[in-house]
Design a protein. Sequence first.
Length: 374
Amino acid sequence: MNNVQKVNTYAPDYMVTPGEVLEDYLEYAGLTQASLAERTGLSKKTINEIIKAKSAITPETALRFERTLNRPAHFWSNLERQYQEDKTRLADKKRLQDSLDWLDIFPVNEMAKLGWIERHKVKIEQLNAILHFFGVASPELWERIWVRNLQVEFRKTEKSRKDVGIISAWLRQGEIIAKNQICSKYDKQKFQDSLAGIRNLTTAEPNVFIPKLESICASCGVAIVFVPALPRLGIYGATRWFNNKYIMQLSLYLKSNDHLWFTIFHEAYHIIKHSRREFFIEGKGLENENKKEYEADVFAQNLLIPPDQLKHFLASLQKPTLFQIEQFAKMVSIAPGIVAGRLQHEGIMPMSYGNGLKVRYEWVREGNNESNRS
């Protein structure tokens, strides 16, 4: 589905003041400023300042013009409203003109290809499209909101401003999708109890497990959001509290089923165990050797493959064959690629061995956009 945000970003390059229109009406009616002042009970100075755009047409003045110039009050009020809006837009356009370099930190072309924003040839219009996408009024406010949100996660890395732009765009698209997902009130116990059922989905095809995963999690107050990875993103999962629900956002960055399911249960641990105020991002170059991440890793590993059963499986084997891995996976009701990934990670077998057991996911193009089905 194309969820591109289309907005009217028209900004005039010139303005017609209410005073110019008033002057035309006076000429047509054969009236002078002095005679209009006399007919309306306003001072000559007030009429002259309205014509020179030094004073505004108030609702009371609009009503007096209605009675003397045979045009309804809302006509004069609308002239004033439009003039003030145009004046503000022109001032804003001039201010934003100094911020055009801000666009360079975002992958605008790719965002447009994915249908997240409209592509514009005029830079100022493109900047406005990015502002609308993020739901902020200025680049300065984007800095305040997104850099603040991400600075804790990046405090130990050397992420550039451009990296933050790419990651924030990916995260924002997740928020836009999640906003439209209907979720029940968050229930921690229900979500924790649902993980065993979610684990059973690892052997299913994406067209089966994705809608079931989304449905189960939504019933617990968790929105599962699949968002394609932007170039240089390097992020495969993120979790945060947003709009009275948890968002678990997944990119399929590493594409194989062992990485996807490990990420899902890793993020699930953050949701169950940690504060709603915390923001977790998992990705290349963001490895945090802290207790919370370590515990989430252990939780995901043990839930996917019970440690006692894995220990028993490996006890009498020096190097398991692919057939033995498949049989063990069948016994513990898990996808064999997940077992292969675990054995590779622990150095029990080389990274080049067993990859044929893994399932790889690819985003499917629908028209000009990426499908949210892998």
